[in-house]
Design a protein around this ligand. Structure first.
Ligand SMILES: Nc1ncnc2c1ncn2[C@@H]1O[C@H](COP(=O)(O)OP(=O)(O)O)[C@@H](O)[C@H]1O
Ligand SMILES: [Mg+2]
Length: 401
């Protein structure tokens, strides 16, 4: 029971006054945002995804490197359970993950009316407070409910340009199986694979998987079709390990992909652009462990990332060309990181596209661009310009229809 509700009159009066002054302070701050002459860029961070904490680090770096002479960051934090708040607190609290639960966090939603392009701010009790017009949204979210086209769809519907891939490319790239099928159609090698759907039976069609795995051969990789940061990924070296790996992958998605293990090493390529593409330096992951798992990705305890990759220029150029083709085949816009394998005999095999790759200052995407002379600040200016461009064009197409 909240005793404050029953406090004596003077206290109650005091509380109401302090609430009123708190409310006034918040509406004043909203008014400052509304009157700001800079372009208002919504930065989404957190998210209802297993990669929530990775997003906090990426968003922190994006906010710190944003050109604040040109752009006003309008921060929206999404909790792990999917609640949206306009965040007015200190930036450090985002990287420390102490942003949640502050009194100044304002419940917020996106207005679907295209001509308004705005956010709607509410009081804690759900009373409408203010509309905040915005110019674009930068979802700095990783994984499900952020990188998979859902958030992109909501903003596209609302007529707010998205800094990043649109709905279709985002969902395709999130789906490792369908992305492979399209890229293979474009003549690029992909790992041999099959998928298993959750049949709501404890055994998940394991007998069938064991049978199909024979034609791929061991070792193989078992992965959730739609996840990221290596969550739920297992390298399976023998038949007896397959069932557990499948059960683990099903904890992250309702469809699981079983893939041939590609020998060689992983290479990546950062791509930016809509029609004309800018491609970063190719990077290489040097692994000591079986694969690039969550811990290795974020601590590099035993692995190393080389930019540029330790390969000859011809091979690097082939990888860049392949990355461009994959980006275009999947309909990517604005920016993405294309991940591939380079086999021992020099063949390039597609792995996946990350439409919102890690964006901390030591992440792969910014480092690949840095290696061709493009700074973090320049990346942000470019992607914002490209995103604003895309939003404008899609608006016009909508009008014709
Ligand atoms: N077919 C494969 N052959 C070899 N290694 C693989 C294969 N699939 C995944 N891996 C390893 O597992 C890691 C995570 O798999 P990936 O498909 O990139 O999923 P995520 O979206 O979680 O990053 C890769 O970085 C790589 O080290
Ligand atoms: Mg990956």
């Amino acid at each position: 029971m909240n005793l404050q509700l029953f406090s004596k009159a003077p206290n109650a009066t005091y509380r109401r006054e302090s609430e009123r002054s708190g409310h006034k302070e918040i509406t004043d701050r909203l008014q400052t945002i509304i009157q700001d002459s800079r372009k208002r860029i919504v930065i989404l961070f957190g998210g209802c995804s297993s990669e929530y904490s990775v997003s906090l680090q990426s968003a922190y770096a994006v906010i710190c490197h944003l050109d604040q002479k040109e752009y006003l960051p309008v921060l929206i934090g999404i909790t792990k359970t999917g609640d949206w708040y306009l965040y007015l607190g200190e930036t450090d609290r985002i990287s420390e993950d102490t942003w949640c639960g502050l009194k100044t966090n304002i419940p917020v939603s996106v207005c679907p009316n295209r001509h308004e392009s705005c956010l709607m701010a509410y009081t804690e009790d759900g009373e409408f407070m203010k509309k905040i017009p915005v110019d674009a949204v930068f979802p700095v979210l990783h994984g499900r409910n952020g990188e998979d086209g859902t958030v992109q769809g909501m903003f596209e519907l609302a007529g707010i340009p998205v800094i990043g891939c649109g709905v279709l490319a985002s969902s395709l790239c999130m789906d490792k199986d369908r992305a492979h099928k399209l890229v293979s159609e474009a003549g690029i090698r992909v790992p041999k694979s099959f998928v298993i759907a959750d049949d709501h039976n404890e055994n998940y069609g394991i007998q069938n998987a064991l049978y199909q795995a024979e034609s791929i051969g061991y070792p193989l990789f078992v992965k959730p079709v739609k996840a990221g940061s290596s969550y739920g990924v297992t390298k399976v070296c023998k038949r007896t390990e397959l069932a557990d790996a499948i059960r683990l992958a099903f904890q992250y998605d309702d469809t699981v992909i079983v893939e041939e293990a590609i020998t060689g090493f992983e290479v990546g390529c950062a791509v930016m652009g809509n029609e004309e593409l800018t491609v970063g330096e190719v990077d290489e992951i040097e692994l000591q462990s079986e694969f690039f798992d969550f811990t290795e990705k974020y601590t590099l305890k035993t692995s190393a990332i080389h930019v540029p990759a330790r390969i000859d220029e011809d091979t690097a150029e082939q990888i860049r060309q392949t990355a461009r083709r994959i980006y275009q085949t999947l309909g990517c816009k604005v920016f993405s990181r294309v991940d591939m394998f380079l086999t021992e005999n020099g063949e390039i095999v597609f792995n996946e596209v990350n439409t919102i790759p890690g964006f901390t200052s030591h992440s792969r995407f910014p480092n690949m661009m840095k290696a061709v002379g493009i700074s973090f600040e320049q990346i942000l200016n470019t992607v914002i310009r490209l995103g604003l461009e895309t939003g404008g064009r899609e608006d016009k197409m909508g009008m014709v229809g």
